[in-house]
Design a protein around this ligand. Sequence first.
Ligand code: SAH
Ligand code: SF4
Length: 344
Amino acid sequence: MILTDIKSLSIEALEEGLAKMGEPKFRAKQIFLWLHQKNIENFDEMMNIPKNLREKLKEIYYISHSAIEKKLISCYDSTVKYLFSFNDGECVEAVLMSYHHGYSACISTQAGCKMGCTFCATGQGGFRRNLTAGEMISQLQTIESDSGVRISNVVLMGMGEPLDNYDNVISFLRLASCESGMNIGMRHITLSTCGLVDKIRKLAKLKLQITLSVSLHAPNDRIRERTMPVNKRFGVDELLSACRDYCKITGRRVTFEYAMISGVNDSPACAEELAKRLRGMLCHVNLIPVNEVEMTGYKKSGKKSLNDFCSYLNSNGVPATVRRTLGADINASCGQLRGKYTKA
Ligand code: SAH
Ligand code: SF4
């Protein structure tokens, strides 16, 4: 029998599972607290759960856990990068960053990714499997227990395309923000997507208070198709129209990620085209120099190109900032550490 990750279940889903076993409802909250607040790894650590129930739980459930395989600490700032392995040995990366307002964790939603963006180390490594909601929670738990800090913000910007693992990611958002769980408010969670338009529209209907971040990286289809194969499925017009509707439905501003690649998407003409397309939209553009990944051949744009691009957007009605790069010495851009690990 295939076991279910018990950490992925809401209190209501646990109650249903217990009812089927003929067990009382109140056990669900007790089990949930052990999993989400005490971060236990074995059913036998659930001290207030009777032994016979613990044995029954073991027959249908397992407890997901993220073990630290590798850890790198930046010398430039206090960024920490983790390589985690799960119960079945699959590995993903996560990063802990410190900001003025607290600690932010960047976690993975899939082992690998199917989307194949040409600048991305994860995209180059192929797809392994979806992560469970519990495995996303367990990355946060291991980071908190290892570092001793309380995570205040979460970004789904590690390995994988969150909207390609839609149901598990939605379960994660509900679990992470649950008061009996890690209690991280939806407003403190950012979901980053390469632009799966059908899923953006589906997500909008939930009216969650999360921040949606869209990896745009180009002002038009011609350039975007070169770097992001997903653009062949959903073009820029279709994507921006879904983003406009997302803002209208949720009342939330959309963030656009734009990695500046020298000679590819960083010209003044690109800035002009981008400003035209985004003008009037409730949005913010984050510009970052592309992280140079071995084998891709891409080079980051120079400081002047970045600043000129940023100024042009701002003076033409599109709020933009150049994002600070953290952990530059530890390959903090996801996918690079795992790539090195699997090669070794
Ligand atoms: N799949 C999602 C989230 C994970 S990628 C997405 O694509 O949005 C997280 C972010 O890192 C995305 O904005 C992605 O475009 C960006 N990224 C990937 N490789 C990069 C690189 N080499 N340099 C800069 N940003 C990169
Ligand atoms: Fe996947 Fe995001 Fe990397 Fe593209 S940038 S390959 S969508 S992880």
